[in-house]
Design a protein around this ligand. Structure first.
Ligand code: NAP
Length: 249
């Protein structure tokens, strides 16, 4: 018996990294799964990897109108939803003196504004019980240089998990945050840095992680399975930090 048998799950950004691994684990635990992404090539690759039972929907997490459209598609396909993993996210790192408005606006749109409007769009579909899981980051907890905008978007998600839980728990809807430390995924390669900068950034992170390695996407996905399942029904408005000790030791 799977831990998510019969549950209907939407994972935003389910095409690579943490989202793709979580989709695999949700499926293995018996859930029906829909994923989103923006890149047609990785959407198609994820569809092939996950199998034809998975709904792979092109949808931009930073586009507010697209959140309502996504809600309609989920309603048509599933008729309701038991699990929402808000995972789609982007990261752009740089010092505050080089901050530009377009980068700020895009990161907030994808990482925080879109998720709020997605929850709004999905409200009529959310079952009793529903588990909402927000993918945050330990950057919201530590003062790492060059991460001010990214960290602020993720701090917003920690706050959102509490507010959503307070507002919706009477409907059986609970929200929690996972705050990962550095995890080996394609996200770093998307930051626009040359290879040597990426290498020294990775070495610097690794030196700061007490277990001396990056985490694996599967080490976040297992936590997402726990939070998605009824095993975590007493976990409400909480933050689960999974970072090899980086923010606590
Ligand atoms: N890796 C880490 O060290 C780490 C640490 C802490 C938190 N996180 C968080 O974990 C989440 C997943 O990241 P990851 O590390 O697994 O990186 P990733 O491999 O780059 O995955 C990001 C996923 O989000 C999707 N995505 C990006 N922008 C999107 C948009 N506008 N609309 C819809 N989908 C979008 C991507 O698909 P497309 O490219 O097709 O859009 C992809 O499926 C992010 O929220 C990230 O902030 C990661």
């Amino acid at each position: 018996m799977g831990r998510l048998n019969g549950k209907r799950a939407l994972i935003t950004g389910g095409t690579t990294g943490i989202g793709l691994e979580t989709a695999k684990q949700f499926l293995a635990e018996g859930a029906r799964v829909a994923i989103t992404g923006t890149n047609p090539a990785t959407l198609e690759a994820a569809r092939a990897a996950l199998g034809s039972g998975v709904l792979a929907i092109p949808s931009d997490a930073g586009d507010i109108a697209a959140q309502a459209a996504l809600g309609s598609k989920i309603g048509e396909a599933f008729g309701g939803l038991d699990i929402l993993f808000v995972n789609a996210g982007i990261a752009s790192f740089g010092p505050i003196d080089q901050l530009d408005e377009a980068t700020y606006d895009r990161m907030f749109a994808v990482n925080l504004k879109g998720p709020m409007f997605l929850v709004k769009a999905l409200l009529p579909l959310l079952a009793d019980p529903t588990s909402i899981i927000l993918n945050g980051s330990i950057n919201a907890r530590i003062g790492m240089p060059n991460t001010s905008v990214y960290a602020a978007t993720k701090a917003g998600l920690i706050s959102l998990a509490r507010s959503l839980s307070g507002e919706l728990i009477s409907r059986g809807i609970r929200a929690n945050v996972i705050s990962p430390g550095p995890i080996a995924t394609p996200i770093f390669g998307k930051m626009g840095f040359p290879e040597d900068v990426l290498k020294s950034m990775a070495a610097s992170f690794q030196a700061q992680i007490p277990v001396k390695r990056f985490g694996e996407p599967s080490e976040i996905a297992t936590a997402a399975v726990f939070l998605a399942s009824d095993e975590s029904r007493f976990t409400v408005g909480s933050e689960l930090v999974i970072d090899g000790g980086m923010s606590n030791l």
